[in-house]
Ligand binder design. Structure first.
Ligand code: ADP
Length: 335
C-alpha cells in the first residue's frame, strides 16, 4: 500500500546551538577521522615493512645505524614522523573547518527558508483583501465603472492574482522543504482527477484555439494520496502546456504497468532543450524565451508532491515538436 503521507520528506537542516562545533556534527567528524586514521596506518605500514624486509634479507648491515649515519637515520625518521603527524593534524583541521562551514550554510539556509515562509504568510491576508476589493469593484458593487476604469482594474486583478499564486507557491515550497506540508491519505481515482483538471482548463484551451485529447482507460486507476495536491501537480503541467503552446494542443494519456500508473501530459509547444530537461525542475529555473511570465516554481512543487507520493516525474522533449511530462505513481496496494 502506498503511504504518501509517510513518504520521503526533505528534513530541515539541523541548526547548531553554539558557534563551536555542535554535538550533532561530532559523529561526522569522528567517522571521517577514524576512516582517515585507518588509511593513515595502512600508509605507514608500507615503509615499516620495507625497512623490515631490507634488514631481514640483509640488504644493508645494522652498522649503517652506527655513528653519524645513525644520527642521520634517526633524524630522517623523526622528520618523517613529524611530517606524518602534521599531515594528520592538517587533515583533521580541514575536516573540522568543512563541517563548520557546512553547519553555517545549513543555518543560513534554515533562516532563509523561515524568512520566505514568514513573508509569504504575512502577504496572504492583505492580498486576499486586495483581491476581494478589486473583485467587488469589478462586479459593480460600488457603482458602475466607466470603460476607462475597467482596463486598469483588470490589470490590477491580473497582477494581484499572479502575486497570490506566487505567494501560495512560495509558501508550499517552504512547507515542503521544512517537511511540514500536510498530506491527506485519500482514495484517489486518477481518471476523476484528470477529468476535473481538463474541465478547469476547458475555457482557456478554447480561448487559445488549442485542442485537448484525453486517453483514459475504463478501469479506475486507484491510488492512495492527497487528492488536492495531486490535482495541483496536473494543474501545473496543464498550465505549462497551455502557456507554452501556440498551435495544436495537449494530449493526456493514463497507462498502468507493473504496479504503477503513468500519466503523460504532452504538448505541441516549442519543446525544451535536452540539456535543460532536468534543470526545469529546479527552483526559479526558466529556460528558453517562450511563454508568459512565470515564477519557475510550478515544476519543483510538482516534483516534490509526486515524490511525497513515492512517485517520479520527468520530462522528455524534442525541440520544435513539443514536450512530454511523465508522472509515475504507485498504484493502491503496492509499495
Ligand atoms: P513557470 O512555468 O512558472 O516558469 P515551472 O517550474 O512550471 O515555472 O517551469 C519552469 C520552466 O520550464 C518554464 O519557465 C519553462 O522554461 C520550462 N517549461 C515547463 N513546461 C514547459 C512546456 N510544456 N514547454 C516548454 N517549456 C516548459
Amino acid at each position: 500500500m502506498a503511504k504518501p503521507a509517510e513518504g520521503p520528506r526533505r528534513s530541515p537542516p539541523s541548526v547548531p546551538r553554539s558557534p563551536n562545533l555542535p554535538q550533532t556534527e561530532l559523529p561526522v567528524v569522528s567517522h571521517l577521522m577514524s576512516r582517515f586514521n585507518v588509511a593513515f596506518s595502512l600508509m605507514s605500514i608500507i615503509p615499516l615493512l620495507t625497512c623490515f624486509y631490507l634488514i631481514t634479507v640483509r640488504f644493508f648491515s645494522i652498522s649503517i645505524l652506527e655513528g653519524i649515519n645513525g644520527i642521520y637515520f634517526l633524524l630522517a625518521l623523526v622528520i618523517a614522523l613529524l611530517g606524518l603527524f602534521a599531515g594528520q593534524q592538517l587533515i583533521r583541521d580541514i575536516i573540522r573547518q568543512l563541517v563548520e562551514a557546512n553547519t553555517k550554510l545549513a543555518r543560513l539556509n534554515e533562516q532563509q527558508a523561515a524568512f520566505v515562509s514568514n513573508v509569504s504568510h504575512e502577504f496572504r491576508s492583505p492580498l486576499a483583501i486586495f483581491k476581494g476589493s478589486l473583485d467587488n469593484l469589478a462586479d459593480g458593487l460600488h457603482g458602475p465603472l466607466t470603460p476607462d476604469q475597467q482596463e486598469p482594474l483588470q490589470m490590477c486583478q491580473k497582477e494581484v492574482n499572479r502575486l497570490a499564486r506566487l505567494v501560495g507557491d512560495l509558501l508550499d515550497l517552504s512547507r515542503i522543504e521544512a517537511g511540514k506540508l500536510p498530506m491527506q491519505r485519500q482514495d484517489v481515482v486518477l481518471q476523476e482527477t484528470l477529468s476535473a483538471v481538463g474541465k478547469l482548463f476547458g475555457g482557456l484551451l478554447r480561448e487559445r484555439g488549442l485542442s485537448l485529447a484525453m486517453e483514459l482507460p475504463e478501469e479506475p486507476a486507484r491510488l492512495v494520496g492527497d487528492r488536492d495536491r495531486l490535482q495541483q501537480v496536473f494543474v501545473n503541467l496543464f498550465a505549462n502546456g497551455v502557456k507554452f503552446t501556440e498551435r495544436g494542443g495537449l494530449r493526456v494519456r493514463l497507462l498502468k504497468d507493473s504496479g504503477a500508473f503513468q500519466v503523460e501530459v504532452e504538448d505541441t509547444g516549442p519543446g525544451i532543450p535536452q540539456e535543460d530537461l532536468e534543470r526545469v525542475f529546479d527552483k526559479f529555473e526558466r529556460v528558453g524565451t517562450g511563454g508568459e511570465e512565470g515564477s519557475g516554481l510550478g515544476l519543483p512543487i510538482a516534483r516534490d508532491i509526486v515524490e511525497l507520493h513515492r512517485g517520479r516525474i520527468w520530462a522528455e522533449s524534442r525541440l520544435g515538436q513539443g514536450s512530454r511530462f511523465i508522472v509515475r505513481l504507485p498504484a493502491a496496494g503496492t509499495g
